[in-house]
Design a protein around this ligand. Sequence first.
Ligand code: PPE
Length: 306
Amino acid sequence: MSLNKGKIWFDGKLVDWQDAKIHVLSHVVHYGSSIFEGIRCYNTEKGPAIFRLEAHIDRLYDSAKIYRMDIPFTKEEFLNACVEVVKINKFKECYIRPVVFRGYGELGVNPLKNPINCAVAAWEWGAYLGKEALEKGASVHVSSWRRPAPDTFPALAKAGGNYLNSQLIKMEAINSGYDEAIVLDVYGYVSEASGENIFIIKNGVIFTPPTGSSILAGITRHTVFSIARDMDMRIEQHSIPRESLYIADEVFLTGTAAEVTPVSKIDKIIIGTGKCGEVTKKLQTQYFNLIKGKTKDKYNWLTYVK
Ligand code: PPE
């Protein structure tokens, strides 16, 4: 990923990249009090298009509600800020990162006396788990860490603090020689990966854990539901025991960053044929066609940057 260029939208103004700064005593630095989004913009025949921008902004405001943060901008203003950042930086393809955080005012756990600051930045970001994983499949393990129990950290909020758990998971995976890790919830059922949702396919049926399994309600996950439905594939949400992973015909991960990435090995056990499975390939192809504007955008998921 290449950082450090162009403009960042910061509290309503476009500022130079190096000027988008905060104080070290900002609440967020000490207590992880932020919420954020990750959105991709793709180059299409009709120019750059942001994929599912509205859904991401809706989720940002949902995360804010959970954490009692009053965002001092309307959804429309935030949405326009994302478009503006792509436009002003002349990106064709990029990853957009809106972030809302508790700023500088008063330290101490009580966050309520601090201002709410907002920013939107964008940069170029390639295949999240590598190009090879996207084509041939990622090698993952089951983490020794668990996702937070439902009554600890609200998983449906995409909050900065949640990503301390994700960092432990990711560091362990990388240090053990894997691309990524699958994490179990507090009850021992499959939850998700450090930054992706998970799907398994067995005998033609697609399964994914429900929102009660400490997952982020991924927007790519929702997109896959729609694609699968449109292709008359059966998809079910229910609790998945760990061993279902090993005996699945296919496993894949979804996320804005990871898109639709097949999994070829879990704990060194080969999944299915060990290559990108047939169903995964179909879903992945349709996903790429959608984001690139190659199939009809019947759900109005593309926001063109003019
Ligand atoms: N679970 C987690 C924990 C998660 O972070 C993501 C997104 C998802 C599921 C999938 O959500 P969605 O993008 O709406 O389909 N992870 C983002 C962060 C990546 C990062 O390293 O930062 C992403 O994919 O943009």
